[in-house]
Design a protein around this ligand. Structure first.
Ligand SMILES: NC(=O)c1ccc[n+]([C@@H]2O[C@H](COP(=O)([O-])OP(=O)(O)OC[C@H]3O[C@@H](n4cnc5c(N)ncnc54)[C@H](OP(=O)(O)O)[C@@H]3O)[C@@H](O)[C@H]2O)c1
Length: 311
């Protein structure tokens, strides 16, 4: 089968479109005929070796941890799935990924693909969608009527977070550049701040929850915006505990986890028309280098997809 693999950590040129062995499912696994994969910033961070100390990857490594496809083979212990089922998931990032014609995942990690989405759209959901979901509802315990600030509202994570937060009956504030104002408002943001033209901490009232997707100075300038009892969760860096305590808030950093149960709930919001998928661009699998180059600009508007089976 064809796959995009790396044989060593490095820049975009390390991505090789090549023949790879057909993966075989273990007893608790399924094999998926991949129809589409999505590109996430973690893919090029892993490619560059930033996670090497955390996860001991063996080379060659197939990248990509978002998939939509069709079950092709099931392990001996798998009873709840059958060959031919359309599924999607964000699998364990310690295993080989989805930039391939076939991939193996734990059967417990997948959910039925949303019926109203194409495979290209469905592949764009799991990693970013689960991150937004887990940040808002599991970590920050966002509640109806609260005010939530979402940084990078036009990005993969932010575009889902705005819609989830809105559907939970909260007041949503999003940051983005001016060219993305219409997009974030259309997704449901009640307030928008052009982070390049304005210092958001000078124009916003206090908030109860902050989803930080930027870190650094943006994270530090956000903390004083929290109400007492507020929560900040970051997907990039641990917030300063003393700064949080100074305003009576709490928070932390977390890594998204696979969750079939969360995906089922997200699928429901998609299939009932509450949540839509924003696609920045679609590349053929063989053009993963171009897709990484695009993701690394930090300017993607929604999700970047690798199409494996032409739609
Ligand atoms: N810990 C975890 O488990 C986890 C999970 C998912 C993602 N992440 C991390 O979270 C980050 C975001 O991921 P993503 O997939 O959403 O990235 P992405 O889709 O590549 O984000 C691109 C967006 O970021 C916006 N942006 C860039 N700088 C900004 C700033 N200073 N303020 C506001 N918006 C800004 C851009 O909007 P404009 O063009 O309008 O500037 C663009 O739309 C990445 O670092 C990723 O690795 C971590």
């Amino acid at each position: 089968m064809k796959a995009i693999r790396i044989h060593a950590y490095g820049d975009v040129d390390t991505l090789c479109y090549e023949e790879a062995p057909m993966p075989e499912p273990g007893p608790a696994d399924i094999r998926i005929r991949v129809h589409a994969a999505a590109v996430n910033p973690v893919d090029w961070k892993i490619r560059a070796g930033y996670l090497a100390a955390l996860i001991p990857y063996k080379m060659p490594l197939t990248l990509g941890w978002d998939v939509s496809g069709v079950v092709d083979k099931i392990g001996s212990e798998v009873t709840h799935l059958a060959v031919g089922d359309a599924v999607y998931c964000r699998p364990d990032i310690a295993r080989d990924g989805s930039y391939a014609e076939y991939m193996v995942v734990r059967a417990s990690e997948v959910a039925p693909k949303p019926e109203t989405l194409s495979h290209n759209e469905a592949a764009a959901v799991p990693l970013a969608g689960l991150t937004a979901w887990q940040a808002l509802f599991q970590h920050a315990q966002l509640k109806k009527g609260e005010r939530v600030l979402i940084h990078a509202g036009a990005g993969g994570v932010g575009s889902f977070a705005i819609q989830f937060a809105k559907s939970a009956g909260t007041h949503v504030i999003a940051t983005a550049s001016s060219g993305n104002a219409a997009l974030v408002r259309d997704l449901g943001a009640d307030e928008f701040v052009d982070y390049r033209a304005q210092r958001f901490e000078e124009v916003l009232d206090k908030v109860d929850v902050i989803l930080d997707t930027i870190g650094g100075d943006t994270q530090a300038r956000s903390i004083p915006l929290l109400n007492s009892g507020g929560r900040m969760f970051s997907v990039v860096a641990t917030p300063d505990a003393a700064a949080l305590a100074a305003v009576g808030a709490t928070g932390g950093h977390f890594m998204v986890q696979p969750s079939s149960e969360n995906l089922v709930r997200i699928s429901r919001l998609i299939d009932n028309g509450t949540v839509r998928v924003v696609i920045d661009s679609v590349f053929p699998l063989s053009e993963a280098r171009a897709a990484h180059t695009k993701s690394q600009t930090g300017r993607a508007k929604g999700k970047i997809v690798l199409e494996v089976v032409p739609a």
